[in-house]
Design a protein around this ligand. Structure first.
Ligand code: PLP
Length: 288
């Protein structure tokens, strides 16, 4: 199956997809990205992702490279050209190409790249039995709400987790507050059954899965608190889980080698997993 990518106006074979070495994304990580899952060739929450893309660009004062309508047409065409029913779509927009100099160049046009990959859904045993995570210092910059391509701190955190055979690193600030995962949002369920996750501010990415899961939880009558919680509260939680577009909802059953609650996925997490799979099915017709 030919893998086709989109680079600034052209559909090209993936091996031939290239960007300029003077691209500011490469030189300064001056760009943003989105990852959107699709099932049955239908984007999951496409509109929410594209709205976040637009917000990230606005925050960095990078122009939208094409109109929203054009963006949707390119996405549809790319999915068709890749002959994939299910998969993932990366969209990356950088400020553009210019001679290396820190300030924004005056005349510069944003560069748009899109690539398609196979589905990144988690392994069945992770969904069923849960995953182990570790905690790591949150050493990221002050604008984690922007989905920037500058991911070095996240890369280091995820690498540390991988080396310790854990699924994810949960990021903890100096004041011991838990922000999110290296590539996911993080949640606990208190012994009173309250779902707690960090509020939306500059310390976390406003995950699209987070947005949907909180809506589903409230609709199901689960109490939700959007506030920071610390590592002590996390270690004594009844349940914990992480969410992202590629992981969906994964129960966390071990943190730094210590069992969470009973050491098995808890009832609130299970309920939310079920609701989220139904949500995906209703939107895309795909039962995962
Ligand atoms: C740091 C971070 N937080 C949260 C998320 C989850 O966001 P979403 O649910 O939109 O995939 C991601 C996903 O890439 C992430 O990198």
């Amino acid at each position: 199956m030919a893998r086709i990518s989109y680079v600034n106006g052209s559909y090209v074979h993936h091996q031939e997809a290239v960007v300029d070495v003077e691209d500011r994304g490469y030189q300064f990580a001056d760009g943003i990205y989105e990852y959107i899952a699709f099932y049955n060739r239908t984007l999951l929450d496409g509109e929410l992702h594209l709205r976040r893309l637009e917000r990230s660009l606005n925050e960095l004062r990078i122009e939208m490279p094409v109109s929203m309508t054009a963006m949707m047409l390119i996405i549809r065409e790319l999915i068709v050209r890749n002959s994939r029913e299910d998969g993932g779509l990366y969209i990356q927009v950088t400020r553009g190409v210019a001679k290396r100099d820190h300030p924004f160049p005056k005349k510069i046009r944003p560069v748009l790249v899109m690539t398609v990959c196979g589905p990144k859904t988690p392994k069945p045993h992770e969904v069923k039995d849960g995953v182990a995570v570790i905690t790591t210092a949150d050493i990221r910059w002050g604008r984690c709400d922007i989905k920037s391509v500058s991911l070095l701190a996240n890369v280091l955190a995820k690498q540390k987790a991988t080396e310790q055979k854990a699924r994810e690193s949960i990021l903890v600030r100096d004041d011991r507050s838990v922000t999110e995962g290296a590539v996911s949002n993080a949640y606990i369920i208190t012994d009173k059954g309250v779902l707690v996750t960090h509020g939306l501010d500059e310390k976390v990415l406003g995950g699209i899965t987070r947005d949907v899961v909180l809506r589903l939880a409230r609709k199901a009558g689960i109490s939700v608190e959007e506030r920071s919680f610390n590592s002590v509260e996390m270690n004594s939680a009844a349940e914990a889980f992480i969410t992202s577009t590629s992981a969906n909802i994964l129960p966390v059953v071990k943190i730094d080698g210590k069992a969470v609650g009973s050491g098995k996925p808890g009832p609130v997490t299970r309920k939310l997993q079920e609701l989220y799979l139904t949500y995906i099915f209703k939107q895309t017709g795909r039962m995962l």
